[in-house]
Write a new protein. Structure first.
Length: 363
């Protein structure tokens, strides 16, 4: 297996996959910077202990969040040293796995690009992303994040560097029938997802976007050209036709309605609503909420991926199959069982194609 890439390790850390990030970082330093091995092992052990103690209720949530923030900062410092060590950061991958997210989604991407060109007075933008639960809402969200960084063009030039920093958070939260608790649960997840300790005794609903910007250790090095991208995921069982839209309005018009410094990054919030595609009642409720949203820009409903969309994807990444005959062979090998697919299945199969190709061509 090739050594993990620093870019992917950083992305795992920013996505909240701390254990994976530390395990991959340990593998990286063993290959390229062995003098840091003990420090990474110690940090990984510290993280595992904090999680274990939290699960056993041996420590309070406040203590865990404080410890977690310290671990994130230590890991970021180690990553900074790795980036400037002169060691190769690439593990030899020919095509990175984030390209599995770029198949189809043309209507959604077109509308997102149009919305992004609109003049906006504030630092925050808001989007509705909705569709069947098997359509990989998080996949489209990650695609946007990778595109903001410029990483989706690395198949054209392997030395392509990120054009900006993008901090991401993919959040879920506990459902409540009480509007106040519903909002508090959203805030708890948002703060924790961006490394801000959550104190149950503090007046959470008095916090705002400025507080998040000032307190998050993950945002301290970001500037006005950088982005903070947040996906708030709402499954079918957490959807409520009144509570969810009202909480969205509160989030936009109260939590985010504040002045933040000009040197702060831009914030992109995606409300990702997932439902059973066969449930027309929930679909109609979601569609009504999307139509009524003002500040929330509605992206088209995520639909099925057609076989010709996969063919178009293979035509783009010719590195995988140089000729039309080779492309047809890959289609036949991996997608012969149907004419349309859920995006979750498409991404799994594209990941397999990319991984098999990389395994054949890495050094």
């Amino acid at each position: 297996m090739p050594t993990p890439l620093l870019k992917d390790i950083e992305n795992s850390l920013l996505s909240g996959e701390t254990k994976m990030a530390l395990e991959d970082l340990l593998e990286w330093v063993r290959a390229h910077l062995p003098e840091k091995e003990n420090e990474v092992m110690s940090t990984l052990g510290r993280f595992n202990k904090a999680v274990r103690d939290r699960n056993r209720n041996d420590i309070t949530e406040d203590f865990y969040q404080t410890e977690y923030t310290k671990i994130i900062l230590v890991t970021q410092d180690i990553l900074s040293i790795c980036r400037h060590s002169g060691a190769p950061s690439e593990g030899g991958a020919v095509l990175h796995l984030h390209h599995k997210h770029t198949c189809d989604r043309v209507p959604q991407n077109d509308d997102y690009q149009k919305f992004s060109l609109e003049a906006s007075a504030g630092k925050a933008r808001f989007y509705y992303l909705y569709g069947d639960e098997q359509q990989s809402h998080e996949g489209f969200f990650r695609r946007i994040c990778y595109e903001l960084e410029g990483r989706l063009f690395d198949y054209l030039h392997t030395g392509m560097q990120a054009s900006c920093k993008v901090v991401t958070a993919e959040l879920t939260f506990d459902f409540s029938q009480d509007p106040t608790i519903y909002r508090m649960n959203v805030l708890k997840s948002l703060l924790a997802g961006l490394g801000v300790p959550v104190n149950e005794l503090e007046p959470l609903l008095e916090r705002n976007l400025l507080y998040l910007y000032e307190k998050s250790p993950l945002l301290r090095d970001l500037g006005p050209k950088d982005f903070v991208c947040v996906l708030i995921q709402i499954g079918q069982w957490d959807w409520h036709p009144q509570l969810t839209p009202e909480a969205a309005k509160w989030f936009i018009y109260e939590f985010c309605k504040c002045e933040i410094p000009a040197e702060s990054p831009r914030f992109l919030f995606f409300l990702g609503v997932e439902f059973d595609g066969s449930d027309d009642t929930v679909r109609k409720e979601v569609q009504a909420a999307v139509a009524a949203g003002q500040e929330l820009k509605p992206l088209p409903e995520l639909g099925m991926v057609q076989l010709n969309d996969v063919g178009r994807w293979l035509g783009k990444y010719k590195i995988l199959a140089q000729t039309s005959t080779e492309q047809r062979h890959l289609l036949q090998e991996h997608f012969a069982d149907n004419r349309e697919f859920y995006m979750e299945e498409v991404e799994l199969r594209l990941e397999k194609i990319i991984t098999e190709f990389n395994n054949r061509h890495t050094r």
